[in-house]
Design a binder for this molecule. Structure first.
Ligand code: ZN
Ligand code: ZN
Length: 95
């Protein structure tokens, strides 16, 4: 059947959005500051009030140490706070 084609051909990604999202959300979704268009990388990290430092986009704004949900994310370049979801270029499409 079609089973031999699964997960073997990187060019054939139709209908596999769930797998991609689970593996690496930053690869599928483009991130950028809503205010200045700065694009954070995987190596950029944020600090929680509990002093945990991690990439907030890998956990959707949840601190892995204390579990705090950060609904806003601060830009490293312009210093402005924006709603976490607004950073996802294809995730805040209410127009
Ligand atoms: Zn910014
Ligand atoms: Zn924390």
């Amino acid at each position: 059947m079609l089973e031999t084609k699964r997960a073997t051909d990187p060019g054939d990604v139709h209908g596999t959005d769930e797998e991609l999202e689970r593996g690496d959300p930053t690869r599928r979704r483009k991130l950028r500051c809503p205010k200045c268009a700065w694009e954070p990388k995987e190596t950029d990290v944020w600090a929680c009030v509990c002093f945990c430092v991690w990439n907030t986009f890998l956990t959707a704004g949840v601190c892995p140490a204390c579990g705090r949900q950060w609904s806003d994310t601060q830009c490293h370049r312009c210093g402005e706070w924006s709603p976490h979801l607004a950073w996802y270029e294809d995730g805040a499409d209410d127009a």
